[in-house]
Write a new protein. Structure first.
Length: 242
């Protein structure tokens, strides 16, 4: 066991007020590509840039094309939680982890058993009619080859934050509150370059910031522990030995 992993294990063992803040790198080990890697969404060729397709105005104007892309590239029905998801769920079960704050929309934290999950960008598991507000599950999307429609005739929209939309204020406030109150903040699988989500780390006032990411981040100089390794193996090793 290397020194940093040993320190991480010790920190986890001694704390019951941990918050985890994660990004796309948490789910790449489940086979879900991130946006900016070599095989990520931003590097795939489409008639429009992904950030255009995944915008609110595009959804409203070209809904059929939006759903064609959304089903092909945003939904991963076969993806399963990995070691990172299960390790975090175990920490919550032990009473050590207070919250998971995630930028991901894949729902894998819930699937792994985590309860207090704050999904900054929403979830691909939830859908809502933009006319009447009726809620739907992902089955409504798979039930049609085109645009899913509500029983009222309205268009069903994924409950995710599209470009041009703002983060849900309630989720954002709860995330800020959890991070602000945390004794230990573990940040993993995120470059911390995408705002406003990355700005949440600035609300951490504790003295144990842990970064688990394969590449450098703008906040490395503030970290107490930096681990440049796979997040699943790292958390699994740290939690299983507590």
């Amino acid at each position: 066991m290397n020194d940093e992993l040993a320190r991480l294990k010790e920190v986890i063992r001694d704390s019951d007020n941990i918050v985890f803040f994660g990004g796309a790198g948490v789910s790449t080990e489940s086979g879900i590509p991130d946006f900016r890697s070599a095989d990520g969404i931003y590097n795939m060729e489409y008639p429009y840039p992904p950030e255009t397709i995944l915008s609110y105005s595009f959804f409203m104007q070209y809904t059929s094309e939006f759903y064609r892309f959304f089903k092909a590239k945003m939904l991963h029905p076969d993806a399963q939680p990995n070691k990172a998801h299960f390790a975090l769920a175990e920490l919550e079960r032990q009473g050590k982890l207070r919250a998971v704050v995630t930028q991901n929309v894949d729902g894998l934290h819930h699937k792994a058993g985590s309860v207090n999950v704050l999904e900054l960008h929403g979830s691909c598991d939830r859908y809502i009619c933009i006319r009447c507000g009726m809620e739907y599950t992902i089955e409504a999307v798979y039930a049609t080859d085109d645009v899913p429609r509500c029983s009222c005739g309205g268009t069903i929209k994924p409950d995710v934050v599209l470009f041009e939309e703002v983060l849900d204020q309630s989720v954002l406030e709860r995330s800020v509150r959890a991070i602000r109150k945390a004794e230990v903040l573990i940040v993993g699988g995120t470059s911390l370059n995408v705002y406003p989500a990355a700005g949440l780390i600035q609300h951490y006032y504790g003295d144990m910031l842990i970064l688990i990411n394969k590449s450098a981040t703008p906040f490395d100089r503030y970290a107490n522990i930096i681990i440049r390794d796979a997040i699943g193996e790292t958390l699994d090793a740290a939690v299983s030995q507590v």
